[in-house]
Write a protein that binds this ligand. Structure first.
Ligand code: NAD
Length: 339
């Protein structure tokens, strides 16, 4: 295990124009880190968050020379860059999802060559065997359930393969890597419209739009019986930090998710309650809905870190709903918004 880094060591955050890496950049900044290099291929004006005092680079990390450039002098590298979105996106853009393997492949090699101390990779619950997720009353997925492998087509296989890259760079080359399998993350400053948004944000937006139009109804993808767990963004950033600093978690994929299982119908109930409205459900049965059920088994994280993501859905969703409501209003008023 490498020595911990100091507040003047350089941290690189890839994908920082997006949701989770934007929040992670703010987290490190608030913790007092002085040198943070934030990178995304998105043009700077489209980044979701702007954190003061942070170096911001607009570069495509699918290109090896750009990865070399961003890893220069880095002590730690966090890879959260990927072409991704909710079920609607990943079911229809498998090639784009698979091509994210270029980002991790080049970034990992560049980190190794630059002699970085630690490398973090954001994997996903989509790496798990889909055969185990056919029942909404799913048994929570534990880390060993990824093998024998039958990951989600496209996106899930990219994650599984990139995890393996991280594991072998440690085994053969001694680069200290850390891997978290995120289970649905939500919160303010996340994508909430445009086709890449995930269920919590999409449902909040639909409730807000239904109230605004007075339509009295809401569209829900699938029959709504599909189950998931949802992790609030503050738990995610804290978990990434703890996992990356744990000597027991080198090259060892670990779940980072909430274990509070809800159906999409229940998620809709909570959003309607927060919005103070009753809406008729219109279920779109042929819409993308992913696996029938998925939950995070947190036995390992509790035993290794004596911690697990614990923000109740009701609390995190209320904050998210209020933020999306402001975004919705701003957009109507012609102001710039995250989307
Ligand atoms: P996001 O789409 O908000 O952020 C990803 C960012 O990566 C985007 O800003 C995008 O522009 C950038 N990016 C894509 N290709 C790039 C490239 N070639 N070079 C540089 N930047 C590039 O997504 P997010 O929700 O913040 O997800 C972050 C990471 O967490 C991803 O690896 C994702 O697969 C993983 N993850 C997220 C969730 C979730 O619920 N949000 C769940 C599981 C895993």
């Amino acid at each position: 295990m490498s020595a911990s880094i100091g507040k003047n060591d350089l941290i690189v955050v890839a994908g920082a124009g997006g949701f989770i890496a934007g929040a992670l950049t703010r987290y490190f900044h608030d913790k007092g880190f002085q040198k943070i290099r934030a990178v995304d291929k998105k043009p700077l004006p489209q980044w979701y968050q702007i954190v003061p005092g942070v170096e911001r680079l607009c570069l495509d990390l699918g290109q090896e020379e750009n990865c070399r450039r961003v890893c220069e002098d880095a002590a730690e590298v966090y890879n959260l860059a990927a072409d991704m979105g909710g079920m609607g996106f990943i079911e229809h853009n498998r090639v784009e999802c698979l091509r994210s393997i270029l980002i991790n492949t080049h970034l990992l090699e560049s980190a190794y060559r630059a002699g970085v101390r630690r490398y973090f990779f954001s994997s996903s619950a989509c790496a798990y065997n889909t055969e185990l997720q056919k029942d909404p009353n799913v048994k929570a997925l534990k880390e060993s359930d990824a093998y024998p492998a039958m990951a989600e087509r496209g996106y899930g296989w990219e994650k599984l393969m990139s995890e393996m890259f991280c594991q072998e760079y440690w085994a053969e080359r001694g680069l200290e890597t850390h891997i978290a399998r995120f289970h649905n993350v939500y919160g303010p400053f996340g994508t909430w419209d445009g086709g890449r948004e995930k269920a919590p944000a999409a449902i909040c937006r639909k409730v807000i739009a239904a109230k605004d139009s007075g339509s009295g109804e809401i569209e829900v993808w699938g029959d709504g019986a599909q189950t998931r767990s949802f992790m609030y963004i503050d738990d995610c950033t804290r978990g990434i930090d703890m996992i990356t600093q744990s000597e027991k978690l080198i090259a060892t994929p670990i779940n980072l998710g909430s274990s509070e299982l809800v159906s999409i119908n229940e998620l809709t109930d909570v959003a309607c309650e927060i919005g103070g409205v009753k809406l008729k459900r219109r279920h779109v049965l042929d819409a993308p809905k992913g696996v029938a059920g998925r939950n995070s088994d947190n036995t390992m994280i509790k035993s290794v870190l004596a911690w697990e993501p614990s923000t109740p859905l009701r609390e995190g969703l209320a904050k998210t709903y209020r933020w999306i409501e402001t975004q919705y209003r701003d957009r109507k008023a012609g102001k710039r918004t995250v989307s």
